[in-house]
Unconditional design. Structure first.
Length: 245
């Protein structure tokens, strides 16, 4: 006979495993973006990449008809969402709590998204607002699935980010990336929006600096040559110094 604690742990592990088998579905999803405000941009790790990922998912939300929820932390003092993020198809809510699951957001989800049980989370910060939002959703809706888009989530410290993602994965959230999530929703190249995804991602990587263009390759070669020249001169000086002694 299993001890109660061991049985509970086994049941929890089984629940996490079963959630990780769930496929993302646009018709069942709600896109949730947390506190992407300029005041935080200076301190968040890899913020430009997080912004690019947010733009990717916002565009996907418009194309795949996924309703969006955007929160702004204390906007009357901290400002509104970054202007480069198009939230025109989303409902924007202000909040003072760290969790996105405020009374207003919960009311909106219950009224407008009651047939959806997949929540796609992105934004900042991983270890505070994203963590509390995820735990609130899983507590309120134990049968729901929370997808944490890891390339769209960050913190001021990478340790906080990695620790939060580890904790939330253990709690039952599903870790994924924006590209994996979007193509999972499409399933096949015959999806009507497949060409959008194929066209978008080269642009996305180019904007994120992932593609080495001819010009940047030439600059890289020049940089290597400069470094080699500097290294050679340093060695010559060292040899000269040793010879003098």
């Amino acid at each position: 006979m299993a001890f109660p604690a061991a049985a509970a742990a086994a049941a929890a592990a089984a629940g996490v495993a079963s959630r990780n088998m769930i496929r993302a579905c646009a018709a069942k999803s709600v896109l949730m973006m947390c506190d992407m405000q300029p005041v935080f941009a200076k301190t968040i790790q890899k913020m430009p990449h997080v912004v690019e990922t947010a733009n990717t998912l916002l565009s996907a939300g418009r194309i795949l008809n996924i309703p969006g929820v955007v929160t702004e932390q204390y906007p009357e003092k901290l400002g509104h969402t970054l202007p480069e993020l198009d939230t025109s198809h989303c409902r924007v809510f202000s909040k003072h709590s760290f969790s996105m699951m405020t009374d207003d957001v919960v009311e909106y989800l219950n009224k407008e998204c009651s047939d959806r049980d997949q929540y796609i989370l992105m934004g900042i910060e991983s270890h505070i607002c994203i963590t509390q939002t995820t735990l609130d959703i899983l507590t309120r809706h134990p049968q729901s699935t929370v997808f944490l888009v890891t390339d769209g989530i960050s913190s001021s410290r990478l340790l906080d980010r990695s620790t939060a993602l580890h904790r939330l994965s253990a709690a039952g959230a599903v870790l994924t990336t924006s590209e994996s999530l979007i193509f999972d929703m499409m399933r096949t190249k015959d999806h009507p929006n497949f060409n959008w995804a194929v066209d978008w991602y080269p642009y996305h990587y180019r904007m994120a600096g992932k593609i080495l263009t001819r010009a940047s390759a030439e600059k890289a070669v020049l940089l290597v040559c400069d470094l080699q020249d500097a290294f050679a001169k340093t060695i010559q000086r060292m040899v000269g110094t040793l010879g003098a002694t």
